[in-house]
Write a protein that binds this ligand. Structure first.
Ligand SMILES: [Cu+2]
Length: 346
């Protein structure tokens, strides 16, 4: 039998919303998943499609505690580091980021060996202010793989986290201190840059890097969404899509926001294997600030498209209470996990 691929899985389900749910719930354990793909087992996933008002895992849930992270906590978790004041009066921020192999339950019963920074995928959201001095101690806790941290932004070549440049790849058990100034203000990211690059990114070695402008942004309910996906059967296509790793997490438990309150989403696309990703909001339009480098939005829209590494700030106020979906406007990604809801309350 042919391998079990995501398109094959989608082909077995009738309509958006019902099918993805059922097929996820019936996929067995990770090694079994890979094995099933290899040997063509586990094909009869369509039979269980029934019920449910929207996509999700229908009762079964991922064990966030066992994973060591919860997408609802990652959403509003900003890490400002350990701060001190330098002789010249500037703020020094220090972090330690450790890389490791980490087994993650992506969907109920579907485990995957990811590679993480500090035990979570995406890694910590590092946040600072324009002009701060940043010192990031990288500890490569991997048993076998060399890794780096490559930051987007302005810095010397020796701090770029590129194999073959400066200290280059950090060997298993090795450590290196990346140190540079926080420039420019904007929404950036960091990720490993060791080859094969697609694998190191697809495994989960990335995180958000926010440089706040010296002029403060308006107070808002702020959150981070890192759009990602996982190729669990290693066929070069993703089987699972999400914002912040766990598909349907924000559908099972919608994100509560207040009516008319300013919401600011730091939106990052790091998806591997698919050339493009997107974010679409129901029931409203939003202002979009590409890379977060300008005070002026580039457009008022309800959908933005992002290639890998592209990011931007989304700002909106929801005028009505109720449940509003957000999702990739590639319907396929939506059905495979990249969707959720805002619950707008008074
Ligand atoms: Cu790596």
């Amino acid at each position: 039998m042919a391998p079990l691929t995501r398109r094959k899985l989608l082909g077995t389900v009738p309509v958006l919303g019902l099918g993805a749910t059922a097929l996820h719930a019936t996929i067995p354990h990770s090694h079994a998943t890979a094995a099933a793909a290899e040997h063509g087992g586990n094909a009869g996933v369509a039979a269980t499609a029934h019920g449910g008002s929207h996509a999700g895992f229908r009762g079964a849930t991922v064990d966030h505690e066992a994973n060591g992270f919860n997408p609802h906590e990652i959403l509003r978790d900003f890490d400002y580091g350990k701060t001190s004041t330098l002789p010249d009066g500037r703020t020094l921020r220090e972090w330690t980021l450790a890389a490791a192999e980490q087994e993650i339950e992506l969907a109920p019963g579907v485990t995957y060996e990811g590679w993480s920074y500090n035990g979570r995928i995406p890694g910590p959201t590092l946040r600072c202010t324009e002009g701060d001095r940043l010192r990031i101690t990288f500890v490569n806790g991997s048993r076998i793989h060399p890794h780096t941290i490559h930051f987007h932004g302005i810095h010397p070549a020796s701090m770029d986290g590129m194999p073959g440049v400066g200290r280059g790849a950090i060997e298993p058990g090795g450590r290196f201190v990346y140190e540079f100034d926080a420039l420019p203000a904007g929404l950036h990211l960091y990720h490993c840059h060791v080859r094969p690059l697609a694998e190191h990114i697809a495994k989960g070695m990335y995180g958000t890097f926010i440089v706040d402008p010296k002029w403060p942004r308006e107070k808002a309910d702020e959150m981070v969404m890192v759009m990602n996906g996982f190729d669990t059967n290693f066929d070069g296509a993703n089987e699972f899509y999400a914002a912040n790793t766990i598909g349907f997490a924000y559908a099972e438990r919608p994100i509560r926001i207040a009516r008319d309150e300013l919401v600011r989403i730091y939106l990052v696309n790091i998806l591997e294997y698919d050339p493009i990703n997107s974010f679409h909001l129901h029931g409203n339009l939003f202002e979009y600030f590409p890379t977060g480098t300008s005070k002026t939005p580039s457009e008022l829209t309800d959908t933005v498209m992002l290639c890998q590494g592209q990011r931007g700030i989304v700002e909106m106020r929801m005028p009505h209470t109720g449940k509003y979906m957000f999702h990739a406007h590639q319907s396929e990604f939506t059905e495979l996990g990249w969707m959720g809801f805002f619950e707008v309350v008074e």
